[in-house]
Write a protein that binds this ligand. Structure first.
Ligand SMILES: Cc1ncc(COP(=O)(O)O)c(C=O)c1O
Length: 393
């Protein structure tokens, strides 16, 4: 059995048509395969590899932590230097309403924790989220997902979840004293990077204040510089009550967090205690990678360069077959004429050495979410290959 057959046989599959790139190593903006090919990565593990692949500061921090200790105890019992430093760093940067961090292992766990925290806060049941939202794949976050297609076969899911239309003012009348929380992505990552309208978000914030509803921002894709700000909420100057992060947080290592005020978080430690439990949450090696990522983002001009890089993409992706470019920062969605054509172009790009991807709920846009460290010549080379492939197909 060769490697491809073994992968298809022994590893559970989630689609009938996986990309099947046979990865040997990855460095900077490139992934290298066992058949000696080199791919320019415009996806970055779906907005995860913030500082590129195998960034030396991330790798060194993780190695140093490995030499000190790995897992020592379940979350929340022992004082461990690296997770503590990480929580302090976030606490110092974020507003006081978001000064307490609960570190978990993934995005979906961050959402689960946030939903539980909201229910503890106002003891209500109803959770609102948006059509076409993606918040994760476990039962709670799946219950919030904004499409029936992916939920139906897993019913019964958690009741009292309702979807409203993104950027639709009328639907906000649902926000009243029955609602525990509303979960919003500042930029919808499962569709073609649709961006929230500022007045709409402000209306949500106002209604949440009025009815004591917890406003949860899912910044699992938008966090850590991807939008051109450290967090998406900074673009709008609207603060959530609970902030969920993951993906780009770890610079390529698995980690997530839900972040809220100290007084909110204290609800999880009493009456009953152990309100949210995780064995590996706050794993020191992932925290070391996250701290290195954070330090690099804070001490470099990477975040400031995000919009210049976006402009460079846009300037060099002017092509009659690209109908529109959606998104914000280094979240670009190239709209093509239809789903079939889009699929063809993504595949052709791969054979031309450029990795792009689809969107979960939108199939006529190509996803571009490269490492924030992508440089000018890599952007230009990517754009030239995209235009060549569009010309030829
Ligand atoms: C906006 C958003 N929320 C939540 C998640 C779930 O994160 P994870 O895959 O780490 O569970 C994702 C993952 O793609 C996401 O994009």
């Amino acid at each position: 059995m060769n490697r491809k057959e073994a992968f298809l046989n022994y590893q559970a599959q989630i689609t009938k048509t996986p990309f099947l790139l046979d990865v040997k190593k990855a460095k900077g903006s490139y992934i290298y395969t066992h058949d000696n090919k080199k791919y320019l990565d415009l996806v970055a593990g779906v907005s995860s590899c913030t500082l590129g692949h195998s960034n030396p500061s991330v790798i060194n921090a993780a190695k140093k932590q490995l030499d000190e200790h790995t897992h020592v105890m379940v979350y929340g019992e022992f004082i461990q230097t690296t997770p503590l430093k990480l929580a302090i760093a976030y606490g110092k940067y974020l507003p006081k309403e978001l000064n307490c961090t609960y570190i978990v292992n993934s995005g979906t766990e961050a959402i689960e924790g946030a939903i539980k925290l909201a229910k503890r806060k106002n003891r209500r049941k109803k959770i609102i989220s948006c059509i076409n939202s993606y918040h994760g794949s476990t039962q709670g976050s799946l219950s919030a997902m904004g499409t029936d297609l992916m939920k139906k076969k897993y019913e019964p899911l958690i009741p009292f979840h309702e979807n409203i239309r993104y950027n639709n003012f009328k639907d906000l009348s649902i926000l009243n004293e029955d609602v525990a929380a509303i979960i919003i992505e500042p930029v919808q990552g499962g569709t073609n990077f649709i961006t929230a309208n500022k007045e709409w978000l402000q209306t949500i914030r106002d209604r949440c204040n009025k009815y004591s509803i917890e406003l949860i921002f899912d910044e699992i894709q938008t966090g850590f510089g991807r939008t051109g700000k450290m967090f998406g909420f900074e673009i709008y100057n609207i603060k959530p009550d609970i902030l969920c992060v993951a993906k780009g947080m770890g610079g390529g290592m698995p980690i997530g967090a839900f972040i809220s005020s100290k007084s909110n978080m204290s609800l999880l430690s009493q009456n009953p205690a152990l309100g949210h439990i995780t064995t590996f949450g706050g794993h020191p090696v992932s925290c070391a990678a996250a701290l290195a990522t954070w330090t690099e983002l804070m001490n470099s001009d990477l975040i400031q360069s995000v919009n210049q890089k976006r402009e460079l993409f846009i300037k060099n992706l002017q092509h009659p077959k690209i109908q529109k470019i959606h998104g914000i920062g280094l979240m670009l969605a190239l709209e093509l004429k239809n789903d079939k054509y889009c699929e063809k172009i993504v595949k052709k790009l791969l054979t031309n050495g450029v990795i792009t991807f689809y969107f979960l709920f939108n199939r006529n846009n190509i996803r571009i979410s490269p490492p924030l460290t992508i440089n000018e010549s890599e952007v230009l080379s990517a754009c030239n290959i995209i235009k060549k492939v569009l010309d030829e197909n």
